[in-house]
Write a new protein. Structure first.
Length: 111
């Protein structure tokens, strides 16, 4: 299932596991005191994507938008910190056999 398409679908909007998580959290962020009644947008954070499209109770966590962004940023940083940095062999040049950036014969030439 394609993540972006699913997240904008009615299947996600009316997902029973998502709605039960909001109710269980009493429409309050699980990390801070922000609530829907105070005007904060609540979002369901995926704790796992193994069952994307058929989430179970416990797969989602109710978070306000600010906390959701913070959790997502922290998890991405942790994932990228544990991976090796890319090397030149990991990259494919956009231009095959690119021309030199400067004229090697012009080095030391007077203007």
């Amino acid at each position: 299932m394609k993540y972006r398409k699913y997240m904008s679908s009615d299947a996600w909007r009316f997902n029973q596991a998502r709605l039960r998580e909001f109710e269980a959290a009493r429409f309050q962020c699980r990390l801070c005191p922000n609530t829907r009644d105070q005007g904060y947008a609540l979002e369901a954070h995926h704790r796992t994507y193994k069952r994307l499209g058929r989430e179970l109770d416990g797969d989602l966590t109710a978070l306000c938008r600010e906390c959701h962004q913070g959790v997502t940023s922290m998890l991405r940083a942790r994932r990228y910190a544990s991976s090796a940095p890319p090397t030149s062999s990991d990259c494919t040049p956009a231009i095959a056999d690119p021309p030199p950036l400067f004229d090697p014969f012009a080095i030391g030439a007077k203007k």
